[in-house]
Design a protein around this ligand. Structure first.
Ligand code: AMP
Length: 547
């Protein structure tokens, strides 16, 4: 027997319409080097509708792709809703990728138009000749703010939308239609496209709002540090519209001082981003503590994901600012939220150090995401906190097939192999122990680079750590440790090795410690271990095998 309830489609435009009607005055604040622009959900709704009208005028059809190369601004939010509200697909391109990768993505998605921040004009000028499928370029500025870039059919955003009606209709689409296309930031091979549907994004937004999700509410002011080109800024633009949260968009300035100033000025209660951003933020506060008015901060909680949150980060947020770090795990292929570390009732009694131990884990599965670990033969492993295996996930916002791929990305039962290696504890907490390609195999024994990095980062002289396996004449592979010094510290090799020897098994202690000024990161803030492996591949090859 069929249920007898209405079958209203779960589309993105319904989110913005709700925000405009019931939270119309709630602000969306964009910060740029020149100015602070204040708008609200009502006006963004009108401008997104104007954009939808303009795209139809340009003969962008349902299902066509439109690219954005832009930082976090209200115009980029308008693209989120205006492009998808015209029935088209917004392909959010990461402008920090190598130009070759950008060229690949824009061509692979067959983008019809490219919308870009003025700062990325020169980058596009260098690629435009080869982007033969692109019909025109739209600079996200007004006429005065648009330089005369050498780009075919160049127009500016304000002129493009200005003549359209703020009440232009949305194009009707099925909830299963593609809405946003985001390419993985893979460090090897061509990037792969993940095409989110309206439905998957709306379902994911409900999860973001849930109390044991990010507990986002109308009372929050969210500082959106996570870029809009990184997995839909982890779903915040949709969840914020769903509940009418204030959105504060930092533009391109993501250094510690800029984030601190904006967070304080706008009284943000919640923020989210990758660990590297937060390390810069905390270092800035630590270095200028005497002159900063910390009482002006309204920040209550910070969500950290994209890479493992180091213990020092969790600790410093707690004792310096009284801010709770929520550690979450996900990936482009999971929209991204899959597991999240909100505490269980039994954690209320824990002392701070024991609570940090829990916060370092990657959290528990949220409803909608099923997960399991398997061994090399595909046998499902126990959730005993001991067995480590390949992590697989499935659910309504997990990828089924990559964009234009001939075969599914998951098996017949929907299990998607994440490429992460993990343990699952009896209480459901996920603990990532490695990326499968980063794990180190020494003399037949597995060594977790993550465990060693966590141990190294606990040393007071270490700000950031990376452990990689490099070829070794006797043990096939041995770990070496690269560290970045903490402010004003001078890490010593032997001291760090002794520190590690007291914390990990003897055969896991790295063969060398190298102090480096900085570690390479991908465009989304992950350690670029492939580059480090390349640089240090001969580091131990002349070793006589004494380790
Ligand atoms: P991306 O698709 O760029 O979001 O990258 C997803 C990958 O980032 C995951 O497969 C993990 O390897 C890594 N990652 C994401 N969140 C975490 C986390 N909390 N701890 C450790 N690694 C993470």
């Amino acid at each position: 027997m069929q249920g007898l309830m209405q079958d209203a489609p779960l589309t993105l435009s319904s989110l913005l319409d709700h925000a405009a009607r019931f939270h119309g005055d709630r602000e969306i604040v964009s910060k740029s080097a020149e100015a602070t622009l204040r708008t609200n959900y009502r006006d963004v709704n009108g401008r997104a509708r104007q954009l939808a009208g303009a795209l139809r005028r340009l003969e962008v059809k349902t299902g066509d792709c439109v690219a954005s190369l832009a930082m976090n601004t209200s115009r980029h939010i308008e693209l989120y809703y205006g492009v998808t509200g015209a029935g088209a697909v917004l392909n959010t391109v990461n402008p920090k990728l190598f130009p070759e990768q950008i060229k690949f993505i824009v061509s692979h998605a067959e983008n019809t138009y490219v919308f870009f921040d003025p700062a990325f004009g020169p980058l596009l000028e260098a690629l435009a000749l080869e982007l033969t499928g692109v019909r025109g370029y739209v600079c996200l500025a007004d006429a005065a703010g648009t330089p005369a870039f050498n780009l075919p059919n160049l127009t500016n955003y304000e002129d493009l939308i200005g003549s359209e009606d703020v009440a232009s209709p949305w194009t009707e689409v099925a909830e299963s239609a593609g809405a946003i296309l985001c390419y993985t930031s893979g460090t090897t091979g061509d990037p792969k496209g993940v095409l989110y549907s309206h439905r998957s994004l709306v379902l994911h937004a409900f999860t973001v709002l849930s109390a044991d999700g990010m507990a986002l509410s109308t009372r929050d002011g969210v500082l959106l540090v996570t870029p809009l080109f990184h997995v839909n800024a982890w779903g915040i633009p949709f969840a914020a519209a769903m509940c009418g949260a204030r959105l504060i968009l930092p533009g391109a300035a993501l250094d510690g001082e800029s984030i601190f100033n904006l967070m304080r000025a706008e009284r943000c209660t919640f923020s989210l981003g990758v660990p590297t951003v937060w390390l810069g933020f905390l270092d800035f506060i630590a270095a200028h503590r005497e002159r900063l008015d910390l009482s002006g901060l309204a920040l209550e909680r910070v969500l950290v994901g994209g890479s493992a949150a180091p213990r020092s980060l969790i600790e410093r947020f707690d004792y310096m600012l009284g801010v709770y770090v929520i550690h979450a795990w996900g990936m482009t292929e999971t929209s991204p939220l899959a597991t999240i570390g909100t505490p269980l009732p039994e954690h209320a009694q824990l002392d701070a150090q024991s609570r940090y131990d829990i916060q370092m884990l990657q959290g528990r599965a949220i409803y909608g995401v099923d997960l399991r670990i398997v061994d090399g033969e595909g046998t499902v492993l126990a959730h005993d906190g001991i067995a480590a295996g390949d992590l697989q996930v499935r659910g309504p916002w997990v990828v089924q097939r990559y964009f234009k791929a001939p075969a599914p990305a998951c098996d017949a039962d929907g299990w998607f192999p994440t490429g992460d290696v993990a343990k699952i504890h009896p209480n459901g907490y996920l603990q990532l122990t490695d990326r499968s390609k980063d794990i180190i195999k020494s003399g037949g024994e597995w060594i977790s680079s993550v465990d060693l990095e966590n141990a190294a980062i606990a040393h007071p002289d270490v700000r950031e750590a990376a452990v990689i396996g490099v070829p070794h004449p006797k043990w096939q592979e041995r770990p070496i440790l690269l560290v970045v010094a903490a402010p004003a510290a001078t890490p010593q090799r032997d001291d760090i090795l002794a520190f590690l020897a007291a914390r990990v098994a003897r055969w896991q202690v790295p063969d060398d410690v190298i102090v480096v000024p900085a570690l390479p990161h991908t465009a989304t803030g992950k350690l670029l271990k492939s580059a480090l492996r390349e640089t240090y591949r001969d580091h131990l090859s002349k070793d006589d095998g004494e380790s």
